[in-house]
Design a protein around this ligand. Structure first.
Ligand code: SF4
Length: 124
């Protein structure tokens, strides 16, 4: 069935307002996009929507109790809350290096969770 829906393209900071005409998950036409990436975004959004996820993980023996982490690639949007529940259970040990994998192959999606900064041990 043919339908039209509004989306905001999040590929770049322009944030174009798209009007997407689709037949099921097939994009027939996009309007409002400043570049061709808007069409790519609309197609992905209808078939396999993904988002980068940034959150924190508890870290033991460090100068701060939490370390910021992020997904190394965009994660499937329908599973983001499951991912956050899993990450919430984690507690890692200091020291942690920037870009260290803190959770490998999260939820079996083939995407690692990475530390976004160094986290030294607390000096005693
Ligand atoms: S359509 Fe192009 S210019 Fe507009 S937000 Fe998407 S990537 Fe940026």
């Amino acid at each position: 069935m043919r339908a039209t829906e509004k989306m905001i393209c999040i590929i770049c900071p322009m944030g174009c307002n798209l009007t997407v005409t689709r037949e099921g998950t097939t994009v027939l036409r996009t309007e409002g996009n400043t570049c061709k990436q808007g069409l790519t975004f609309a197609e992905a959004e209808l078939t396999d929507p993904r988002r980068m996820v940034a959150t924190t993980v508890r870290v033991k023996g460090a100068i701060h109790p939490l370390i910021p982490v992020y997904t190394e690639k965009p994660f499937p949007k329908p599973r983001i809350f499951d991912l956050l529940r899993e990450v919430c259970q984690l507690e890692i040990e200091a020291p942690v290096a920037m870009n260290q994998v803190v959770l490998e192959n999260a939820l079996g999606e083939g995407i690692n969770i990475i530390a976004s900064r160094d986290m030294p041990r607390m000096s005693t």
